[in-house]
Design a protein around this ligand. Sequence first.
Ligand code: AGP
Length: 627
Amino acid sequence: MLIYYSDIGDLNSMCGIVGYTGFRPVVDILLDGLEQLEYRGYDSSGIAVKRESDIKVYKAIGKLVNLREEMKKHSGEFEKSTTGIGHIRWATHGAPTVLNAHPHTCNHGNLVLVHNGIIENYKELKAMLEKEGCIFKSQTDTEVVAHFIAKKYDEVKDLTKAVRLATKEIEGAYALCVMHNDYKNTIVATKRNAPLLVGFGEGEFLIASDVPAIIKYTKKAMYLSDNQIVTVTPDSIKLIDKDGVELPQKVELLPWEPVALSKMGYKHFMLKEIHEQPDVIRNNLVGKLHTASEPIVLNEVKLTKDHLKKLNRIQIIACGTSLHAAMVGKYLIETFCGIPVDVEASSEYIYRRTTTDSHTLVIGVSQSGETADTLTAIKQAKSKGSHILIITNRPDSSMAREADSLISVNAGIEVSVAATKSYIAQLMAFYLLSLYMAEIKESLDVSVIQSIKNELMLIPQKIEQILASTDEIQKCARKYSGTKDFIYIARGINLPTALEGALKLKEISYINATGYAAGELKHGPIAMLDDTLPVLSILMKGTVYEKLLSNSEEAKARNARMIALTNSLDPKLDDLFECIIRVPDVQEFLSPIIAVIPLQLIAYYIAEFLGKDVDQPRNLAKSVTVE
Ligand code: AGP
């Protein structure tokens, strides 16, 4: 079903869920778990705890620290509670108010739940429930589910069955954790098109929407599949399908270590993550690129060599920063392998007739592996028989589980909402993949392949050089931090770099930044140029250098404030540009890796100078699990 925003009262999506039943004081576990998810960006939170004779709900708006404060005010009320559920909310529709925050309850307060997702038929259900006398306190779609499950419970007097029957009639996406006052220490959880996993401890179970919330307590976990329902108490677990048939539990060992989310002395996670990029590249080359003369090893690609040679089309689908990595990927694969590649935003891909089939390789790119649009697109392509290759930083994600081939990019956990190191890691996956395919297809001159490989191995040092002296970048950032608009221009393989640089700036500084193909300037955008507008030209040496120089002259002739990001030492640039950021020399094919680093830093320093919330920019969430 298509979702139109106007139809949606509240998208309680992209939220974080934690549940616990066991022997420990539950509030600390829930707050800890929510804190591990909080870096993704949220606006309100809440907790429900089971007490001797009731369920008590606590909520607060704003950051989690506010909920902590709220809990302190009530300490003494829940000391003995060892079962509870918690939630952090990212509102898209419906203000982040206490009433809209989760957990939500039914009218008599006996049933309480937290939800991640969108209930598409909430209006119909709400109308029906209102007729039956339900009174709604919030504007959320979630509250409908609380009333609806409570209604089923009143009929069947069995919480698991009530959840099962209710979710049969609920349309949309959801991960739910439900408690009822009739049950001393029981949580019922289920999901459809939203992630949810159950952690197994000794005499305890944890439920969460993502691993960091539970990893401190256990590495043993079971990912729920769509429409499965799990019922946990401290010493029992039962998994059933939508018809009530009991299922075996597939418990796996999470490939995670509990990591302290530390800034390691950096002011923000974003800056720390920018500085991690040389090592991210090194990690990605280990075991795959040995020497320039040895072939790339990419055992992750499960297509046979014969199939690879016969591939005549590739589609790459992604969103945001991952989409920009995909655009570089297209350039590389088409140039190195001669295979036509379409790149499309997942949100566009899913609502039209696509011509994917078993002869097409479909590549999904996603840092989180949970982005709803990309996940839906992948499932759609898979159902048409395409081989699905996933490039992700989360090998345990929903997308990874759909993959026929999986390239895990090993960037480590990325805390800042603005993607930096995961972008570099995705680029590395595309360099390795395109070279690997070119070697199999013999579609690129061996000497060219070898020169790229040789230089790839030197890239981390070149980035370190940039990171070691950022004075010019900081000066430039300060100089232009007062601007309302910012234009980035580039051509060829660096057009995605311009788009990514602009995206970084608008995400964290809220400046209206736009990336353009420089040749397109004169077809419209040039009308905007005047002496107030900074235009940053990504002028890397290579096939389009002279062309881009001419486009920069055109912009300069309209009095734009010209900035160059370049690896050229050409003295004539001094007359054209009022600010020049020089980067180490690099061949054109590899220039997107080098050129994006100063752009990340410019965005960072401008946002930092403006005093913005760099790591958690307003209105954004790290994992976008709503279409
Ligand atoms: C990047 O800085 C953004 N926060 C955003 O555009 C992101 O890249 C996009 O939402 C896609 O996310 P994914 O890579 O996890 O799929």
